[in-house]
Design a protein around this ligand. Structure first.
Ligand SMILES: [Zn+2]
Ligand SMILES: [Zn+2]
Length: 264
């Protein structure tokens, strides 16, 4: 698997992504320690919910690492432009480089990105044509993990709590209630924020409009509506729907990398 890493030098971005990693670490450590493993050891639950939690956590952090270190769609220094495509390219007035229409210059990253959606400080990277699929996976798995965490916090308060009285040694952890409240607070904030973001991302992809285009009131021409399967397959680089959920793979564009639609 050929992996090209991409790092953005931005202290604000480093701070934001550190907060995201902290939330992930906090819940991946404390939820199994306070809730899952004590009940598993006592025989109240099987190993399946424990395994599912660690899997959701693994997929979530994998999507985060890959989305933040993937090249979002940076253009080569001397792009080879096919003759038939010349009218679909333009000059960036910030870096003086030729780029396909629908590209955008990111002032944080300092370069143009093909079909840029937006710059996300929470992953400290641009979201563009080549890593949009990883950003969608990150949103999806963050929703799964935060909802699962909230459900476990709720069960611990109202269902499991009486069981802790049976075996004090397994369940007694100092400040358990405060730690669970912290986890619930993070779960509500993450789930609420990411669900709204995921919804706007999906509606944007289905209408073939990027966040930047939406903000500049660009509306796609009517009459070019395509099936949602085709639109999402192009974003994820495969028609195999099961692969849309896997961050451990490479994306192969289904159509030419350089955009072919009209611009804002
Ligand atoms: Zn530029
Ligand atoms: Zn950027």
């Amino acid at each position: 698997m050929k992996v090209r890493l991409h790092f953005v030098v931005d202290p604000m971005g480093w701070f934001c992504i550190s907060m995201v990693v902290f939330v992930w670490l906090y819940n991946t450590y404390f939820i199994p320690k306070l809730v899952l493993l004590p009940h598993y050891n006592e025989g109240h639950i099987s190993g399946v919910p424990v395994l599912c939690y660690f899997l959701a956590s693994l997929f979530c952090v994998s999507a985060l690492i890959r989305a933040s270190t993937a090249d979002p769609g940076r253009l080569p220094q001397d792009p080879e432009i096919p003759h038939s495509e010349r009218d679909r390219w333009e000059m960036c007035n910030k870096c003086n480089m030729l780029r396909p229409k629908r590209s955008h210059h990111c002032s944080r990253c300092g370069h143009c990105v093909r079909r840029m959606d937006h710059h996300c400080p929470w992953i400290n990277n641009c979201v563009g044509e080549d890593n949009h699929w990883l950003f969608l996976q990150l949103c999806f798995y963050t929703q799964v993990l935060s909802l699962y965490t909230l459900a476990l916090d709720f069960c611990q308060y109202y269902y499991f709590q009486p069981l802790t009285a049976v075996n004090k040694e397994d369940f007694a952890v100092r400040h358990e209630l405060a730690l669970l409240r912290g986890s619930s607070f993070m779960g509500v904030v993450m789930f609420g924020g990411i669900t709204t973001l995921f919804y706007t991302q999906i509606t944007g992809i289905l209408s073939d409009t990027t966040t930047i285009e939406k903000m500049s009131h660009f509306m796609q021409e009517t009459g070019s509506q395509r099936p949602w399967q085709q639109t999402l397959a192009e974003v994820f680089g495969t028609h195999w729907k099961i692969l849309w959920f896997l961050p451990f793979r490479n994306r192969h564009p289904l159509r030419r990398s350089f955009g072919s639609r009209s611009h804002v």
